[in-house]
Design a protein around this ligand. Sequence first.
Ligand SMILES: Nc1nc2c(ncn2[C@@H]2O[C@H](COP(=O)(O)OP(=O)(O)OP(=O)(O)O)[C@@H](O)[C@H]2O)c(=O)[nH]1
Ligand SMILES: [Mg+2]
Length: 201
Amino acid sequence: MEANIVVLGTESVGKSALTVRLLTRRFIGEYGDIESIYSHSFIADGREITLNIWDSPYSEDSSVETSLFQKKVRWADSFILVYSICDRASFNSISRFIQTIKSTKDYLGADKPPIVIVGNKRDLHHRRTVLSEEGRLLALNTDCHFYEVSAAENYHSVLMVFHGLVDRMKDAKLTTKRPLGFKGIVKSMSAVFARRRTDSF
Ligand SMILES: Nc1nc2c(ncn2[C@@H]2O[C@H](COP(=O)(O)OP(=O)(O)OP(=O)(O)O)[C@@H](O)[C@H]2O)c(=O)[nH]1
Ligand SMILES: [Mg+2]
């Protein structure tokens, strides 16, 4: 079984840190500006699940108006929307991501892709500017799920986010893969950390 996950959020909220934590169990501190689709396999309930995780550095070019954004929405079976609990603006941008995802054609229908809102950098609670309740309320109002995590300090909570998403994706959705239609977006980060590369799209 296979599922496509897109990780979205504004600059420096920890999208790459979360993704790399899942893949390597490690927090390496700095991640650079690499657009990648990573492939991660694990066994759940006796079945092999492969997650294709699309992580992009945020830039104005990847804002919600662009065709690349639309492409991501069409490709995705589910979404992880990340903000930093220390960055109010990053939290404010989450609603916009949700609106845009929901307004794309592919979102309509019975099996809507699950969306998870993640408040990252929980370890920096002394610098918190977004309350947990605000995240929870936003998730409630938008029919999303919510977690607060620290990619820096806690592997387990990051694992919960990804595995929780898998549980919510319907089996049918997991098996129907759409062609990606572009090549070369995957760039090697193997010098930084060991992982499986996905270049067969
Ligand atoms: N304290 C703390 N720092 C974090 C955490 N997650 C990420 N960081 C730091 O925040 C900075 C940005 O993390 P990235 O993972 O590169 O953020 P990003 O969202 O991928 O950023 P772009 O790719 O530039 O859009 C880095 O310095 C990380 O070390 C966390 O949970 N706690
Ligand atoms: Mg990044």
